[in-house]
Design a protein around this ligand. Structure first.
Ligand SMILES: [Zn+2]
Length: 207
């Protein structure tokens, strides 16, 4: 059964990400999964956030077949489905082109956990997936390795993706990846080299 509340939540979080300047206009895509029904609710392709309404959210099955909706689902639907398969606890997936995160994605450089805020997305370096063109099957495959032990990863020359227990939690992870990317970028610009030791995160997470 199609759940209107899930559609409304996808719209709410997509608009929130836009308001927070993590994505603009038509870029970025957002989804939630109903695991009991095996359905993914995802933002449509080519619709500006301004014009996004719950009726425009597309529902697909886990093979990407459209179950409900009149528009094309996001071109990154396959990538979202892959994220749900490799992160079995995830209830929501968000992908944006957040500025500082995307600087590191374009450089192909991991974002080190340089401040305590990194704990909010697991406290590990944010890995970079191998390059694949946006919207390709290869891009959907590329996140498998970096997301095997992390809810977040960078997409080379492109952006960032996060999975969360629900979509709001996925967005919060993107917010903190962006925050740490901002800090790390400036530390590198100041030629700082003595970063926060990894053991501190391990202790914060495990202790
Ligand atoms: Zn993208």
């Amino acid at each position: 059964m199609i759940n209107l509340e899930i559609k409304k939540e996808v719209v709410r979080i997509a608009k929130k990400a836009d308001q927070m300047e993590l994505c603009r206009h038509k870029s970025g895509n957002f989804s939630m999964i109903d695991r009991r029904e095996g359905l993914v609710y995802i933002t449509p392709s080519g619709i500006s956030r301004e014009d996004l309404t719950p009726e425009k959210i597309i529902v697909v099955d886990l093979d990407g077949n459209i179950v409900d909706g009149n528009l094309h689902p996001s071109i990154e639907t396959a990538m979202h489905i892959t994220a749900y398969k490799i992160r079995p606890e995830a209830g929501g997936v968000a992908h944006t082109h957040s500025r500082y995160s995307t600087i590191f994605a374009c450089m192909g450089k991991e974002i080190l956990p340089v401040s305590a805020e990194a704990v909010l997305y697991g406290g590990k370096p944010v890995k970079v997936a191998e390059f694949a063109p946006p919207g390709s099957k290869e891009l959907a495959q590329s996140i498998k390795e970096p997301m095997r032990d992390s809810d977040v990863c960078l997409l080379k020359y492109h952006g960032v993706i996060a999975a969360g227990e629900d979509l709001e939690k996925a967005l919060i992870k993107l917010i903190y990846v962006e925050e740490v990317a901002f800090l790390y970028y400036h530390m590198l610009a100041l030629d700082h080299k003595d970063f926060m030791p990894q053991e501190i995160f391990e202790n914060m997470i495990n202790g």
